[in-house]
Design a protein around this ligand. Structure first.
Ligand SMILES: Cc1cc2nc3c(=O)[nH]c(=O)nc-3n(C[C@H](O)[C@H](O)[C@H](O)COP(=O)(O)O)c2cc1C
Length: 365
């Protein structure tokens, strides 16, 4: 008996099965960072009865950008395009939450408003590349945020959540993973602050918890999720004591009563599977967080089933498999073969590698 295809409640969200679509940046928004008709088609294809979709990461401000072509949620003019997406997803019987994003130091002046330096807790640069409109650019040295600049960014998370609600989303997910701004505050490899946002874990977690609280005020705790990537190294991240850091955060989020905790397993480095390692992060956090846990990172159907069987998580999010298989839940349920993905069309472009992956039964599409 498959556990993947049993119903689940996550706060106010009620899922018909446990195959979640992971957040996936695809950079196909319209000018003005508005969701496009092509994006609506892509999400409509991947919506199926009882499913939960986490949207691509969506910046809460222009400063929050590291990838040109990502859709925004920082302007009321972006609500209408998102409304078309949520309406279409709901019409197919699925639910969708918006992932709220600020990249922090993972950016470059060519992507920032006014050509400014990206911002971060501390002036420490990451390795890697962002995407400007003219192509990839290496992450540059960030400027450390002044203490007084932090509350407006927290408020922008709240405003983004309020716009997401106005656009018909079923909830929001704080992007606290993969070395973006909340993660940069959280881990001590990137946070050398000496004010109340740096130093001991209670201070380093403040930014993430306040952003979460701001989203809760807009949406209610039972419609807010948080994504974390304990021990993930993407974005040049490190922490001297990840168990203490992420254990503390999991307990605090538990106390806030959020809808779910979304955990990216550290066996994934960026988008590459570095080892056939066991899922360890969910196993460690499970006793510390009483609510729903969604695991992500390198799962196939059998791996997901085994994880649920072991009770280490309640649902599993699939990334690359969902890019290439619009009908992934159906394929997993029926044990059908999966389409391979095309990495070259992941970030930016048109319908190719986006909305042209075949369904297993074209008539059903
Ligand atoms: C093209 C691409 C874009 C991604 N964009 C995001 C994103 O916007 N937000 C996020 O939290 N993770 C993002 N990820 C990570 C995925 O959500 C997921 O954690 C990762 O792909 C591992 O899962 P998988 O092995 O099922 O692909 C992205 C991954 C890929 C391949």
């Amino acid at each position: 008996m498959s556990k993947l295809f049993t119903p689940l409640r996550a706060g106010a969200l009620s899922l018909g099965h446990r195959v979640v679509m992971a957040p996936l940046t695809r950079m196909r928004a319209e000018p003005g960072d508005r969701p496009s008709a092509l994006m609506r088609e892509y999400y409509t294809q991947r919506a199926a009865k009882g499913g939960l979709i986490v949207s691509e990461a969506t910046p809460i401000s222009r400063q929050g950008y590291g990838y040109a072509g990502a859709p925004g949620i920082y302007d009321d003019a972006q609500i209408e395009g998102w409304r078309a997406v949520t309406d279409a997803v709901h019409a197919k019987g699925a639910q969708i939450v918006l992932q709220l994003w600020h990249v922090g130091r993972q950016s470059h002046p060519d992507i920032q408003p006014g050509g400014a330096a990206p911002v971060a807790p501390s002036a420490i640069a990451a390795e890697g590349y962002g995407y400007a409109t003219h192509g990839p650019v290496p992450f540059s040295m960030p400027r450390a945020l002044e203490r007084h600049e932090i509350p407006p960014i927290i408020a922008a998370f709240g405003a983004g959540a309020a716009r997401a609600k106005a656009a018909g989303f079923d909830g929001v997910e704080i992007h606290g993973a993969n070395g973006y701004l909340p993660d940069q505050f959280l881990q001590d490899g990137t946070n050398r602050r000496t004010d109340d946002y740096g130093g001991p874990i209670e201070n380093r977690a403040r930014f993430l918890l306040e952003a979460t609280q701001a989203a809760i005020e807009a949406f209610g705790a039972d419609r807010v999720g948080v994504r974390l990537s304990p021990s993930g190294t993407y974005g040049s991240m490190s922490d001297s004591n990840p168990q203490a850091t992420f254990g503390y955060v999991a307990r605090q989020l538990d106390a806030l009563g959020i809808a779910y905790l979304h955990v990216v397993e550290p066996r994934i480095k960026g988008t590459q599977l570095i080892a056939e390692a066991e899922p360890v992060a969910v196993r460690y956090l499970r006793p510390l967080f009483g609510g729903t846990i969604i695991a992500a990172g390198g799962f196939d159907g059998a791996g997901a089933e085994a994880l649920l069987e072991a009770r280490d998580a309640d649902a599993v999010a699939f990334g690359r498999a969902f890019i290439a298989n619009p009908d992934l839940p159906e394929r997993l349920r029926l044990g059908l073969p999966l389409n391979p993905y095309d990495r070259a069309t992941f970030y930016g472009g048109d319908a190719r590698g986006y909305t042209d992956y075949p369904f297993h039964d074209r008539a059903a599409a």
